[in-house]
Design a protein around this ligand. Sequence first.
Ligand SMILES: Cc1cc2nc3c(=O)[nH]c(=O)nc-3n(C[C@H](O)[C@H](O)[C@H](O)COP(=O)(O)OP(=O)(O)OC[C@H]3O[C@@H](n4cnc5c(N)ncnc54)[C@H](O)[C@@H]3O)c2cc1C
Length: 375
Amino acid sequence: MSAESVPDVVVVGGGVIGLSIAYFLSQRGAAVTVLDQGQPGQEASWAGAGMLPPGNLERAQGGAAQLRAFSHQRWKSFSTELRELTGIDNGYLESAGLELGFSGEGDRLREETEGWISEGVALERLTPLDLQHLEPALSPEIRHAYRLPAFAQVRNPRHLKALILACELQKIRIVAGAPVMQFDTESNSEGSGRILAARSANERFPAGQFVIAGGAWTGGLTRQLQVEIPVRPVRGQIVLLSAVPLPFKHILNNGARYLVPRADGKILIGATEEEAGFDKRNTVEGVAGLLQFAQRLVPELAQAKLERTWSGLRPGSPNGNPFLSRLPKHANGYVAAGHFRAGLQLSVATGELMAQLITTGTTAIDLEEFRVKMS
Ligand SMILES: Cc1cc2nc3c(=O)[nH]c(=O)nc-3n(C[C@H](O)[C@H](O)[C@H](O)COP(=O)(O)OP(=O)(O)OC[C@H]3O[C@@H](n4cnc5c(N)ncnc54)[C@H](O)[C@@H]3O)c2cc1C
């Protein structure tokens, strides 16, 4: 694209959300520029565990379940599409998942599984003996287990690599090292306005439409446009192990923590959930807690190799659901942020639905629940 030509859409934020929106917009014929303050795809989207819980669009009740189900329907074919386009395999794998409970956790687990059952998502209840046959390395202390066969996973760094290359092949301009500091706007006498351009320290990016997809940093960006969007950073620490051969094959969930086995013998232990501002440190307490959790679930992991640790900043929102919306005070501004613990899973639905909203004004799924209200 020449320096003078004006792109149809500028997307601020090159995480999985911004890149997915850019990809689907470009499929609809829009010329798109993605701006990232650092390198695209290196923040929460890189750090996440890549778990992709299932859904059932025919029976999903409410916006959040519908969004999850819409994404679930598309993950496999989207992964194939990216692989055919780029030659990069994102590691999408239907490894199935187990929801597990120790003694005293039966009621909590039953409550959690009621949602899956009412949605008609395939779920098998396992006795402790079934579990021992299925996954012999799991602790015999686990008393409750449910198997979700359609639970899948993706390798985040590989998915982002594929997504970035797919965007580039579609002539999307991705600008790294372009922190957006402010917006040029104009407003009419009724107080409604338009965004004219996004500005980084040394460049101005004019466009017809603007999407804010700044992950945990979104609140600071929308404040420039007189909208308070309550998205905050929630730190998640991860520990990576390796164990060959893998002692178990399923994704293991116990409450908010989990173990994700990768096909090459890596195992992710995740994750803490901490209010620590924009501090991405790993802490002794966080790492020790995760290691303890892993050994309690799978005792032989005491001998696994400790590979590395990292953390990421989830874009937290008041109810855990994202904001997917036109901005109240700027007719050509949109936001897609606050996906909290589910941004990878929800990225395909978000990309496709936001592209629909921006190019046609209507969406296949009602996004009212995710709308930003006038403050
Ligand atoms: C430990 C952990 C485990 C997780 N596990 C899962 C999981 O298993 N499954 C799942 O679905 N989700 C998971 N998540 C959540 C998921 O990773 C996030 O919801 C998702 O990555 C959010 O994507 P995003 O694009 O909104 O944010 P990000 O990936 O953070 O991207 C935002 C981008 O905006 C850029 N940016 C910010 N401000 C500006 C600015 N002013 N100008 C230009 N660019 C800017 C940043 O540099 C960044 O690249 C996990 C998250 C963590 C941290």
